[in-house]
Design a protein around this ligand. Structure first.
Ligand code: ZN
Length: 254
């Protein structure tokens, strides 16, 4: 079976109805008045928390996302719907969420990321950005593709944290916001089974979750740091949620 048809078969076989509160597809979510943003108040097992909506999806971004989906995951794809299975935590290296939003808002990749150019014109982004004071911003529906982690974007929801540079270490409020958000996302998308730091993503290589059609397309990462991931994992565990670490495919750059 060709890889593309194999992928499609896997996709169909694993698709399942989403939580009733979740929009059924990226396209449907984008048509909603809030452009698919969550409220943060509809999971009864969690304390309510405000999620600030800062949508960045445009028709051009949608078109470039489909191009990305076809180039990396499935040449026959007709939608940019993802199947959330993994949450990936990041840091931005910049000091503010406003700066991250300004970086992610253009639809096309800027000129300062030559290592990513062969991967298509779509700009990098993530579904969420967490500011240093713990404010959570949602940039796009959780069912839409964001370009934040090679090999896994078809299944990964990204949380970017403002900071990471030694001058701006991630804060306790960011950790608390991440703990809450991971639990919230698991409640919204019960099929989420993994929590990964970006620096750990190589562990998915060689496993069924890794779908990357471009050969040797890989960049080494250190975000969001081992300490933050250890604290995030112990934080969700203390609240009764245990998500798997990246499986032992080929583990690189740890
Ligand atoms: Zn990252």
């Amino acid at each position: 079976m060709k890889r593309a048809s194999f992928f499609l078969a896997c996709w169909l076989a694993t698709a399942s109805p989403l939580n009733a509160q979740e929009a059924s597809s990226c396209a449907t979510a984008l048509k909603a008045p809030d452009r698919g943003c969550f409220s943060g108040s509809d999971v009864p097992t969690l304390a309510s928390r405000n999620i600030l909506c800062r949508p960045i999806y445009t028709p051009e971004r949608e078109a470039l996302s489909l191009e990305y989906f076809r180039l990396h995951y499935n040449p026959e794809a007709t939608s940019i719907d993802i199947d959330p299975r993994i949450v990936v935590a990041h840091w931005t290296d910049g000091p503010t969420a406003a700066g991250a939003l300004a970086t992610f808002r253009p639809t096309r990749l800027g000129g300062d990321r030559p290592e990513l150019k062969k991967g298509g014109a779509l700009n990098v982004s993530s579904q969420f950005v967490v500011d240093r004071n713990g404010d959570i911003y949602q940039l796009m529906p959780t069912t839409c593709l964001a370009r934040h982690v090679i090999g896994l974007n078809w299944a990964a929801i990204g949380i970017e944290n403002a900071g990471g540079d030694p001058k701006y270490p991630l804060t306790k409020k960011q950790l608390e916001a991440n703990i809450w958000l991971v639990q919230y996302l698991k409640a919204k998308h019960p099929r989420i089974a993994y929590l990964s730091g970006h620096f750990e993503y190589g562990g998915f290589r060689g496993t069924p979750l890794w779908h990357e059609l471009l050969k040797n397309y890989y960049t080494s990462k250190s975000d969001p740091g081992k300490k933050f991931m250890a604290n995030l994992r112990s934080g969700i565990k203390a609240n009764g949620l245990e998500l798997k670490e990246p499986p032992q495919g080929k583990r690189f750059h740890r």
